[in-house]
Design a protein around this ligand. Structure first.
Ligand SMILES: [Mg+2]
Length: 242
């Protein structure tokens, strides 16, 4: 699948035409479960929380997140924190929301296997790149570009970061609108890697010509994963690219 996309991009470039390859960030290029884990551990390390919620914090201290975690619910349940203590649940949810959707913990994200190499291979093959994310400018715009570069993902005049202008915008509509605009820019082919079924379904309705690839990691559970498009779990090529 990935090898085929790379070959297609190379062919398009050879003919002097343009291609665009678009990547979602959270849970597509980046595994965000280390970010989540660090936030929960920092909540537990806070002396104020230790005083306020001693029993819960004791259980939190050894918490481990999984690739499949979306939000905090699953990790808390596995730690034995199943939602009975309303004050604690409210406090940790607020703490998670404030920190997860911020610049302060993005450095704990880790790219999925092969992601950095694949995006670089795609760029070298001549495609333009966009990182199209539901992260918004205000809360997460400060560090996103820096961390993309730090990991070695291309970021330049042919590889751009597209953040949501305002947090109130709905991800699916924001992304579809961006594609509708990009589509008028005479690309021969546009590819989109995304983990969120809601975004893929919305885009499929509006831009069926875009080649979508479902990245199977975790998602909000608001829609079923698409059955009619290819799915991948990492970005490893089956052969060496160059
Ligand atoms: Mg995502």
């Amino acid at each position: 699948m990935l090898d085929e996309i790379l070959v297609k991009v190379q062919d398009i470039s050879k003919r002097g035409a343009r291609s665009l390859v678009v990547f979602d960030l959270d849970s597509t290029l980046f595994d965000v479960s280390p970010r989540l884990e660090k936030i929960l551990l920092d909540f537990a390390a806070n002396p104020f929380h230790q005083l306020q919620f001693p029993d819960q914090v004791a259980l939190l201290k050894n918490i481990k997140t999984l690739r499949s975690d979306w939000g905090i619910k699953g990790a808390l349940q596995r730690a034995g924190l199943d939602g009975h203590h309303a004050d604690f649940q409210e406090a940790i949810r607020a703490y998670w929301e404030k920190n997860f959707f911020s610049n302060h913990y993005l450095q704990f994200d880790v790219p999925y296997e092969g992601a950095v190499e694949f995006v670089n291979n795609i760029a070298q093959a001549g495609a333009e790149i966009a990182y199209l994310t539901g992260r918004d400018v205000d809360r997460m715009g400060g560090s996103s570009a820096e961390i993309i570069s730090q990991w070695g993902f291309p970021l330049n005049d042919k590889a751009q970061l597209v953040l949501k202008p305002h947090r109130s915008m709905e991800d699916a509509q924001f992304k579809t609108d961006w594609f509708l605009e990009a589509r008028s820019d005479n690309y021969e082919k546009i590819f989109f890697f995304e983990n969120e079924p809601v975004n893929l379904a919305h885009l499929a309705q509006n831009c069926p010509d875009i080649e979508m690839i479902f990245f199977e990691s975790t998602h909000a559970g608001k829609a079923e994963p698409p059955v009619n498009i290819p799915r991948i779990m990492n970005f490893l090529l089956s052969r060496k690219a160059f």
